[in-house]
Design a protein. Structure first.
Length: 511
């Protein structure tokens, strides 16, 4: 959802990919419905009627008369509830508000992002010709491929559960299946599935199912996880998995793994294990023992692995460009075809798990990998925050749909600045130190005043929001995570709740 419209900010607003102004002096503009569809199919947005954009991009009211308000609102609600004009009304009365700006009427329409099961939102009773999306320049017609991608995401049964009636179980690579069964047995020794024949085992894990004629066929998930690339592309022509390691700037790739190379199966399962090993090998592992065994799996390893599984479990393998995992010296980038089914905001907040490939994620769960509670991405953010690294970046692109998650191994800028100041070689003679002491005392007073102000802002934020993580508070007061944590530790009116990975701060009850 776009930022809430506030009348007091009118003079500072500009049109962008989540705000659109329209004159509406001759009645409701025809393009209003294109924009409604576009916002609903992307991030949501705000449509403002009775406003035009000046040459300098500022806004100006167009002189809509307050007397026209009832007529315009009635026309709007009549149209949006007409299924031959708009296939679904996403709005309530609270989403449409009117304002008086120096005697001129403006109407503000807040359009939410449509839920997965409601997309595509289209107009004029024309699915392929009336579906729009938004880019920075404005509204554009979706391609048939984009519309089909939204339709694939509609059902509760994900597309990887499809039974492939034109294939038989010969497309399953026996070595891949055996490797998976070995992993499953190591993770859950004696699991009831381990007594199954291969055919029954495939059925139990969702890799095979009976068709309408009673024949056992592979599912799309079974083909993707255990098939050969040359069979997979028969069902998914755009299927492509690509790992690029670029650690030396003088060399294009220091290592590369491609599903189409022909020297390995090219399936999702083998790609996961090959790439996970590549990603894990350069992550620093502190020395830790449990009994007589050394533990090499750190929270960072787990977070990176979760990001890889999230990338594969949410890929739309029908869309071009495929899955790309790029490892650089200071970052790892995960790219998968397909938009974010629950939206970027919900993805970061967690709590809702709607993977695009539910059967594939289930198979990873059975061998001990992947989250199904919607907590995977929040856990990644938590680990990165604990390490003091820059917050993970999530980008959602359209045309074609693509999700990009970037994990950087660098300290946040503010924290880095603090480290530079701490390490500054500023040893002074005793006489010079005495000469500078008044300035030092003044600096300490200024620092304390700034700290008091930040403590006040933290208190206000917690009073308004109830609770917050260290990263949220750090972002609000404009400090690094470590310095914010120091301030929180010194505040008598704040208490911490939860384990380190999920810790939040609240005001103490007496406050």
């Amino acid at each position: 959802m776009a930022e809430e419209f506030k009348l007091e900010n009118f003079d500072s607003y500009r049109e962008d990919n989540r705000r659109e102004v329209k004159r509406a002096n001759g009645g409701l503009p025809v393009s209003l419905w294109d924009t409604y569809s576009a916002f609903a199919n992307c991030y949501g947005g705000v449509i403002i009627l009775g406003v035009k954009e000046n040459a300098d991009k500022s806004w100006k009211t167009t002189g809509l008369r307050p007397a026209d308000k009832e007529k315009l609102l009635k026309g709007f609600w009549d149209t949006i509830n007409n299924r031959t004009k708009v296939n679904i009304n996403l709005l309530t009365d609270e989403d449409v508000r009117t304002y008086d700006v120096d005697g001129d009427l403006i109407i503000v329409i807040n359009v939410p992002r449509a839920r997965r099961e409601h997309r595509p939102v289209y107009i004029n009773d024309n699915l392929f010709g009336g579906t729009f999306r938004r880019n920075w320049e404005g509204d554009y017609h979706c391609t048939p491929a984009e519309v089909r991608a939204m339709l694939r995401d509609e059902p509760d049964e994900t597309s990887d559960m499809k039974i492939l009636e034109d294939m038989d179980l010969s497309v399953i690579d026996p070595e891949s299946l055996q490797a998976y069964r070995n992993r499953h047995n190591a993770w859950k020794p004696g699991h009831v599935f381990q007594k199954d024949t291969d055919e029954l085992y495939l059925r139990h894990i969702g890799a095979a199912a009976y068709d309408h004629a009673g024949a056992l066929r592979p599912t799309a998930a079974g083909l993707l996880m255990f098939g050969h690339e040359y069979d997979i592309v028969r069902e998914f022509p755009n299927y492509f998995l690509d790992y690029q390691e670029m650690l030396d700037p003088s060399i294009r790739w220091t290592d590369r793994i491609q599903s189409s190379s022909g020297d390995w199966t090219g399936n999702v399962l083998e790609f996961f294990f090959r790439v996970n090993n590549k990603l894990a090998k350069d992550i620093k592992t502190p020395f830790r023992m449990e009994g007589s065994a050394r533990i090499d799996d750190t929270p960072v390893h787990k977070a990176v692995r979760e990001a890889l599984i999230n990338c594969l479990a949410n890929a739309d393998f029908f869309i071009t460009r495929g899955v790309v995992v790029r490892k650089e010296a200071d970052r790892i980038v995960f790219e998968n075809p397909g938009s974010i089914r629950v939206g970027k905001k919900q993805m970061v907040e967690g709590g809702i798990s709607e993977p695009r490939n539910q059967a594939i994620l289930k198979m990873f769960n059975l061998i001990g990998y992947g989250e199904r509670a919607g907590s995977g991405v929040p856990d990644i953010f938590s680990v990165w925050s604990q390490e003091g690294w820059a917050e993970p970046a999530i980008e959602e692109q359209y045309g074609p749909d693509r999700t990009i998650v970037t994990l950087e191994f660098r300290k946040q800028a503010k924290k880095l600045g603090e480290e530079v100041r701490r390490r500054s070689p500023a040893k002074k003679s005793g006489e010079e130190a005495r000469r500078r002491s008044p300035a030092k005392k003044s600096g300490e007073v200024g620092k304390r005043l700034r700290t008091v102000e930040r403590e006040k802002k933290i208190t206000e934020y917690l009073a308004d929001n109830g609770s917050a993580t260290t990263a949220e508070l750090a972002d609000y007061i404009g400090l690094g995570v470590s310095r914010t944590r120091e301030i929180l530790a010194a505040m008598n009116n704040v208490e911490a709740e939860g384990a380190t990975s999920s810790r939040v701060y609240k005001l103490k009850i007496e406050q």
